[in-house]
Design a protein around this ligand. Structure first.
Ligand SMILES: Cc1cc2nc3c(=O)[nH]c(=O)nc-3n(C[C@H](O)[C@H](O)[C@H](O)COP(=O)(O)OP(=O)(O)OC[C@H]3O[C@@H](n4cnc5c(N)ncnc54)[C@H](O)[C@@H]3O)c2cc1C
Ligand SMILES: *[C@@H]1O[C@H](CO)[C@@H](O)[C@H](O)[C@H]1NC(C)=O
Ligand SMILES: *[C@@H]1O[C@H](CO)[C@@H](O)[C@H](O)[C@H]1NC(C)=O
Ligand SMILES: *[C@@H]1O[C@H](CO)[C@@H](O)[C@H](O)[C@H]1NC(C)=O
Length: 617
């Protein structure tokens, strides 16, 4: 609370020339001209202003002849969502839809209510307003595999130009310049702060045989300091990148706090012709003369399709929605699970905790210079893409290790805990006794899970949540791979007994300076398993591993021969005319990286396809 107050005061001072505007923004006024008078029809209606939708709305409205309506359920961002370090705070605000999974037998066993939090952004900018700002693209193999699955045009060489097109990374010349853009809308930069951990982490990687290289270039494996979607130390969401600079376009209407409830599809022609939505307690219908573009994200896009009669026959029959097209909508749910609960104590104050950075000097440095620890994106300082013994393809990572400048023990105010769903009792037992010790974390992330989940429609009410059954860790090899990831990171006084590879990151000579130790209190539910054994870590994974928020795959892209495909390689919904899906849900397989930039690439590519098709007509 103190931090927020401090920020408010300093923000207002730093921007005194805009004082009035900032007050307005703080109290909820936005610089978006929120449309209240809708036209009867638009050429394109885009549903959802997230990472995919903002790009599409921008690129389609480049053509002054086309009218575009962008509908978003959430509100505009505010200056607190801009601060990179406090990203985890955003998930306890109304900028998060707040989804939770059903209880699973295989994951989230030790979390609140035994359910997994599945945060999704509800804002102009979508999930890019609450995410951790990390900029990665996935690897070459990811996209080449999409193409091999029968999706021509999606190979690495064909998608790379779209990554470059959307990006503005002026400093990236110093890394691998030819893979980065300098004239796109999306600002990408390194954080304006680096703890001494970063260099040691990268050096440890070298000791393990990995290079220090740019994950946006097509190497696959390696260690690097993070790149973030940030402009002068402030969050650059999809909205700030792609919408705010073009709000003057008169052919683009944007409507916030607007909940789309149905896509209108003519049952005889199977033509999508408009949408129904609620705004200010009024119901509206608006027509789309060319296309409806669905960009509501991997939970809401499949839900809206099902509400509109496109989905699995059995489910639609069960809830009494007339079936227009039988497709496996909501299947193929994939996500990245992370073990964010590992804590590495050090014997010097070189880490960042939420108490530590309340230092007024740091806040000053942030507000006035856009630098300092507050610019660390979600607390993450460096990334490593590595292989365990389960990796099958050479050069293709199966685990990512995220270096955090702080750790869960320092989360005394509870924002990280509430993001992850860690119960108070677990925190009190395992972490609270160490709350004031300096510590960092290394979070292993499972890059290519074999488990598949589902989004299932619960009933016909569009305002009710769908059932979320992510099936995390249903496949045993997913757990085993995570355990190998943990063993690469961890420190253990008896490592030689448990570890196959002698060196771990925290045991490398580069970290010896800090006399690293770990918590030896077992997680509740894992007390009976020998502490530190593979079985112990497997138990820990099933109890406290959490999602990184990369849900994708629920409207799978694939060829007509693929019985699971929902959209074709031009992202058109099978069997329905004038309806496309452009967001994370079209990924046939989740990429080995964070998903935001990938989904913006999908938005760029889809926009070009839409333009090409309508130019031909
Ligand atoms: C906590 C967290 C941290 C993350 N960290 C990172 C990271 O560091 N790096 C990274 O690359 N990725 C990260 N991600 C993932 C990434 O941000 C998302 O994958 C990406 O933003 C999703 O884009 P999208 O377009 O598919 O959906 P979204 O961005 O979620 O957009 C969907 C939009 O549609 C709106 N909508 C939904 N239903 C309706 C409706 N019925 N009517 C009107 N509007 C509707 C939503 O409100 C939302 O604004 C993170 C995610 C989370 C949750
Ligand atoms: C890219 O970013 C730089 C540095 O922030 C800025 O000066 C430049 O104007 C940006 N370029 C574009 C095309 O927006
Ligand atoms: C290292 O940490 C252990 C455990 O806290 C402690 O017993 C030991 O004295 C420390 N060693 C040094 C050299 O600080
Ligand atoms: C931390 O521990 C290391 C290794 O045990 C030791 O050499 C170093 O002096 C310690 N540093 C401090 C500040 O205690």
């Amino acid at each position: 609370m103190k931090t927020i107050l401090c920020f408010t005061v300093l923000f207002l001072c730093a921007n005194s020339q805009n004082l009035l505007n900032d007050f307005r923004r703080f109290f909820g006024a936005s610089d978006v001209r929120d449309t209240a008078n809708f036209r009867k029809s638009y050429d394109f209606v885009v549903v959802g202003a997230g990472s995919g939708g903002c790009v599409v709305a921008n690129r389609l409205s480049e053509n002054p002849e086309w009218s575009v309506l962008l509908l978003e359920a959430g509100d505009d961002e505010n200056f607190l969502t801009d601060v990179p370090l406090i990203a985890s705070l955003q998930t306890i605000t109304s900028y998060n839809w707040g989804y939770k999974s059903e209880r699973l037998a295989t994951a989230c066993l030790g979390l609140i209510d035994g359910r997994c939090n599945m945060p999704r952004g509800k804002a102009l900018g979508g999930t890019s307003v609450i995410n951790f700002l990390l900029y990665t693209r996935g690897t070459k193999q990811d996209f080449d595999q999409w193409a091999e699955l029968g999706n021509p045009g999606w190979g690495y060489d064909q998608v790379l130009p779209y990554f470059i097109k959307s990006e503005n990374c002026t400093k990236c010349r110093e890394i691998d310049g030819k893979y980065h853009g300098k004239s796109g809308y999306l600002s990408v930069e390194h954080p304006g702060y680096e703890s001494p951990l970063v260099k040691r982490f990268i050096k440890s990687g070298e000791e393990l045989g990995y290079k220090n290289n740019d994950p946006s270039a097509p190497y696959g494996l390696g260690f690097s300091k993070v790149l973030a979607t940030m402009r002068n130390g402030m969050r650059c969401s999809a909205s700030k990148a792609f919408l705010k600079p073009i709000l003057h376009r008169t052919n683009l209407h944007v409507s916030i706090k607007t909940r789309v409830t149905k896509i209108l599809i003519d049952p005889s022609t199977k033509q999508a012709y408009g949408v129904q939505f609620w705004k200010n307690r009024r119901k509206f219908t608006v027509l789309a003369t060319k296309e409806v573009v669905l960009s509501a994200g991997s939970i809401n896009s499949p839900h809206l399709l099902m509400l509109s009669g496109v989905g699995p026959r059995d489910d639609l029959t069960r809830v009494g929605i007339p079936l227009l097209q039988n497709l496996k909508v909501g299947y193929n749910l994939q996500d990245h699970m992370a073990m964010s609960a590992l804590v590495f104590f050090v014997n010097e104050s070189i880490t960042v905790s939420d108490r530590g950075v309340q230092n007024p000097v740091d806040i000053f440095n942030y507000v006035f210079n856009g630098r300092g620890p507050y610019t660390i994106p979600g607390g993450a300082e460096a990334l490593a893409f590595v292989q365990t013994k389960y990796a099958k393809i050479g050069g293709y990572p199966d685990i990512e290790l995220v270096l955090g400048a702080g750790a869960l023990n320092g989360d005394v105010y509870g924002s990280l805990r509430s993001l992850l769903g860690i119960p108070r009792s677990l925190f009190e037992r395992v972490y609270a006794p160490h709350a004031y010790k300096p510590a960092f974390s290394i979070a292993p992330v499972l890059m290519r899970p074999k488990s598949r989940g589902r989004v299932v429609i619960k009933d016909g009410n569009p305002l009710h949540w769908p059932k979320l059954i992510p099936n995390y860790f249903e496949n045993e090899e997913d757990v085993k791979t995570m355990v190998e990831g943990i063993k690469m990171a961890r420190w253990s006084s008896s490592a030689s007994v448990f570890c196959s590879s002698a060196i771990t990151i925290t045991q490398s000579r580069h970290f010896q300076k800090y006399n690293i130790t770990m918590i030896t209190t077992p997680f509740p539910g894992c007390e009976t398993v020998p502490f530190g054994s593979d079985e112990y870590w497997a138990c820990a994974v099933r109890h406290v591993a959490t999602t990184l928020g990369h849900q994708v795959g629920t409207c799978k892209m694939g060829p007509p021969s693929d019985p699971d495909a929902v959209v074709d390689e031009r992202l058109r919904v099978y069997g329905i005319k004038g309806l496309r899906v452009v967001d994370g849900s079209i990924m046939p397989n989740v990429v080995a990286g964070h998903t935001n930039a990938v989904i913006m690439m999908i938005g760029e590519k889809a926009s070009d396809m839409i333009k090409q098709e309508w130019a031909r007509k």
